[in-house]
Write a protein that binds this ligand. Structure first.
Ligand code: TRP
Length: 434
């Protein structure tokens, strides 16, 4: 028995900003952990084509690509063990995006959350529904589908806000497979239940767009300052405090183990001062981040080294993507013409170089035709016609309409045993006309 094939995990991070604690807890840390599981093959990439959808600051995209790559590596990603690459180094991805675009309903894209939110916002403001909406935003889910389907990922670790995108990728895969045969694996979202969305400084989800983030590798004194700014209530030292709804507690929980979390819960009940709770949070985060911070700065200071890692990663990824795309192109009909009438090539050695119709009269006085391939092999044989004109009309119909005409001519033809050869020969005639 062959060993079970590995589960493939794949995820990307959009390169528009500096990684923050929310990215670390929600994406970087779990992806590094998954990459170390036995029987798992991981594909992690920098989604810089996606970055173009939200960001037109070229320098920022470049800088963010470096920072996110360095963060992943500093967090322990082993590029020997995983496929680690930059999306835009894989030209097969935009090419696959087009193939998927053609099997994706426009109506389905109309219903994608991010696009719909933009439209709703415009409508509420009394603007044109598509005001300031780029076609890139509209196509976002298809590009993401290409990322995922290209590498036949089984599991895609993402935040809840991305579940719809994974479902859309599944739909694209299903539709394509239905039309062209079984090429794609149907992916599933892998939602880490234990990783709640990390709150930011103001208690809302930590996110660049709310400007409430704590950068992952900010220097320690800056980290301390930012933590001091996390919203709390006004309870005085000695007063019992609520863990429910406490951003500080939730962030602590994302870094601490169960006994540490229990200890802080108890300290809340015992009335710990907010200042002391913040000091504990600072120490706990710094304990985990400090060793990575050092590696991060070493990595960042050598962009050329990261560039060559990414180049090596792209080479590995393309070793998968290139042949797969070749298969997909073949499946949809983007094919080399030299594979077409194989007969026409083979026949270099024989007399004729193409299939041909022969018309003739038999001793029974009737008019016949036959279709021969380039090697003079009989492909089709007609019954007898009363006039040469009838036979000629039938031949020209076959030449013009190709295999489509066969069905209507059944009673005029002797059954063709090699249907494919007949179709190829007929295709030859219609191609001569264009
Ligand atoms: N859309 C994802 C995000 O904003 C990033 C992303 C791009 C991605 N392509 C992907 C995630 C493929 C998982 C799989 O977070």
């Amino acid at each position: 028995m062959s060993p079970p094939s590995p589960q493939r995990f794949l995820t990307g991070i959009t390169t528009t900003g500096t990684p923050h604690l929310g990215n670390f807890v929600g994406s970087i840390r779990p992806s590094v952990a998954a990459s170390r599981l036995p029987g798992v093959q991981s594909f992690y990439f920098l989604a810089d084509y996606h970055a173009l959808i939200k960001c037109d600051d070229a320098a920022r995209i470049q800088r963010s690509t470096l920072e996110i790559a360095a963060s992943w590596l500093a967090a322990g990603l082993d590029p020997e063990r995983v496929m680690f690459y930059r999306q835009s180094d894989i030209p097969e991805i935009p090419e696959l995006t087009w193939l998927l675009t053609c099997v994706t309903g426009k109506g389905q894209l109309n219903r994608a959350h991010a696009y719909k939110a933009a439209v709703d916002k415009n409508e509420t403001a009394g603007h044109d529904p598509d005001a300031d909406v780029s076609a890139g935003l509209f196509m976002y889910p298809v590009l993401m589908g290409a990322d995922i389907l290209m590498f036949k990922a089984h599991k895609v670790p993402v935040g809840r806000d991305q579940i719809q995108h994974i479902e859309m990728a599944r739909d694209m895969a299903q539709r394509f497979n239905h039309l062209y045969g079984d090429h794609f694996v149907l992916p599933e979202a892998a939602i880490e239940e234990s990783v709640a969305l990390l709150p930011g400084l103001d208690g809302r989800k930590m996110s660049k767009s709310y400007d409430n983030t704590i950068p992952l590798f900010t220097p320690p004194d800056q980290l301390r300052k930012l933590i001091a700014g996390i919203v709390t209530d006004s309870r005085a030292p000695g007063e019992a405090k609520e863990v429910e709804g406490s951003a500080l507690f939730q962030i602590y929980q994302a870094f601490a183990d169960a006994p540490e979390t229990a200890a802080l819960r108890q300290a809340y009940a015992d009335g710990i001062a907010w200042g002391d709770a913040k000091q504990r949070l600072f120490e706990r985060i710094d304990q985990e981040v400090a060793p990575m911070r050092e590696r991060y700065h070493a990595l960042i200071s050598d962009p050329g080294e990261i560039e060559s890692l990414l180049q090596a990663g792209a080479e590995k990824a393309r070793a998968v993507a290139t042949p797969f795309l070749r298969e997909l192109r073949q499946a949809v009909g983007l094919r080399s013409l030299s594979t077409l009438p194989a007969v026409a090539q083979k026949s270099k050695s024989s007399k004729s170089t193409a299939p041909s119709f022969k018309q003739y009269r038999e001793n029974d006085g009737k008019f016949y035709f036959k279709l021969l391939d380039a090697d003079a092999r009989l492909l089709l044989q007609s019954h007898g016609f009363d006039s040469p004109r009838e036979a000629a009309l039938t031949v020209s119909m076959l030449q013009k309409e190709g295999a489509a005409a066969l069905a209507g001519l059944q009673d005029k033809l002797v059954a063709a045993p090699d249907r494919l050869a007949v179709e190829l020969a007929l295709q030859f005639f219609s191609s001569m006309k264009t």
